[in-house]
Ligand binder design. Structure first.
Ligand SMILES: [Zn+2]
Length: 276
C-alpha cells in the first residue's frame, strides 16, 4: 500500500505555486507553507488508502470524566453561535462522539450529525437519540436540503481538500446561515515556542510533534482561516480561542483562562463563526 501521494506543487487553498518547504518533523514528514495565503500543510499528503487504514483503528472515545468538561466547553461554543443566530436546524459535520450535537440539542437546536464511519455513527445516534448520516458525503440521502447552522468541530484539519468540502457544506447552508469551525492553532504560544527552540537547535526530541502529522494535514492560524472564509464569500462574525477545560478544573481557573490565554488565542485551538 502506498503511503504518500505525489508531492503537491501548488496550494490547495489558493492555487498559488508560491509554496516552499518549512519544517520536517520527527516522523520525517515535510511541512510546506504557502507564501500567498499562509497555510501550512503536509507535503506530500497521505493516500486515501493510508488514511482509511489509519482511521479504521482511530478512536476518539474518551473517559467518562471528560463528559462534563466537553459539554461545558461545547455549551460555550453554542452560546457564542447563539449571539448571531437563534436555534434552528443544525448539521454537525464530523459529529464523532456526539457531545457537541447533544449539547446543542439541549439548547433547543434541531440537530442532525454526519460522520464517515457508519458503525460508530449508528452507536452514537442511538446513545444521543439524534439522526446521524454516514458514508461518502456526496452520496448521503439527506432528508433536509438546507440548514441554519453547520458546525465543524476539530474536523477541517483532517481533510485532504478542505476548500472543496467547505464548498459542499456551504451548499447545504441556508442564505444568511451560519458556519462554525474550530481547529488547532499552529500559532499557539506552545507551538511557536517549540518551533523557535527547534530552529535554534535547543529542542531535538519529537520535533514538530505539535503538528500531529499522523492525522492532521493542514495547519491553520486565525488569520489564514479568516482569509479563506472571506475569499469564499463568507462574512466572518467572530474569532476567538477555544475554551478547553479539563476534568476537575475549578470555576475560577476556567474563568481566568477564558478571558486571558484563550481570548488572546494563545491556546491550542481557535474558533471562527461566519455567515453565508
Ligand atoms: Zn495558498
Amino acid at each position: 500500500m502506498e503511503k504518500y501521494n505525489p508531492k503537491l506543487s501548488s496550494c490547495k487553498l489558493c492555487d498559488s505555486n508560491n509554496i516552499h518547504f518549512y519544517h520536517k518533523d520527527y516522523l520525517d514528514n515535510e511541512i510546506f507553507i504557502c507564501n500567498d495565503c499562509g497555510i501550512q500543510f503536509l507535503n506530500p499528503q497521505y493516500t486515501d488508502e493510508h488514511l482509511e487504514d489509519y482511521y479504521s483503528d482511530y478512536t476518539s472515545s474518551l473517559g467518562n470524566e471528560w463528559i462534563e468538561p466537553l459539554t461545558y466547553g461545547h455549551g460555550y461554543y453554542m452560546s457564542i453561535i447563539e449571539r448571531f443566530i437563534k436555534p434552528g436546524d443544525m448539521l454537525d459535520f464530523g459529529s464523532g462522539n456526539g457531545v457537541l450535537a447533544n449539547t446543542a440539542k439541549t439548547r433547543g437546536w434541531n440537530v442532525e450529525g454526519y460522520d464517515v464511519d457508519c458503525e460508530s455513527t449508528q452507536r452514537v445516534s442511538k446513545e444521543i437519540g439524534l439522526p446521524i448520516y454516514c458514508g461518502d458525503f456526496p452520496d448521503v440521502q439527506w432528508k433536509k436540503q438546507e440548514y441554519d447552522l453547520v458546525t465543524m468541530h476539530q474536523v477541517l484539519e483532517h481533510l485532504k481538500d478542505p476548500k472543496d468540502m467547505l464548498k459542499q457544506l456551504l451548499s447545504k447552508l441556508k442564505k444568511s446561515g451560519v458556519i462554525f469551525i474550530a481547529v488547532p492553532n499552529i500559532n499557539s504560544f506552545s507551538a511557536r515556542l517549540k518551533f523557535f527552540l527547534e530552529r535554534i537547535g535547543l529542542r531535538k526530541k519529537r520535533i514538530g510533534r505539535y503538528y500531529d502529522t499522523d492525522h492532521h494535514l493542514f495547519y491553520y492560524t486565525p488569520k489564514v482561516l479568516k482569509k479563506l472564509l472571506s475569499d469564499m464569500g463568507l462574512e466572518v462574525l467572530h474569532v476567538t480561542g477555544c475554551h478547553k477545560v479539563r476534568p476537575g478544573q475549578s470555576k475560577i481557573i476556567r474563568f481566568i483562562k477564558k478571558y486571558t490565554w484563550e481570548k488572546l488565542m494563545l491556546g491550542s485551538a481557535f474558533l471562527v463563526v461566519a455567515k453565508k
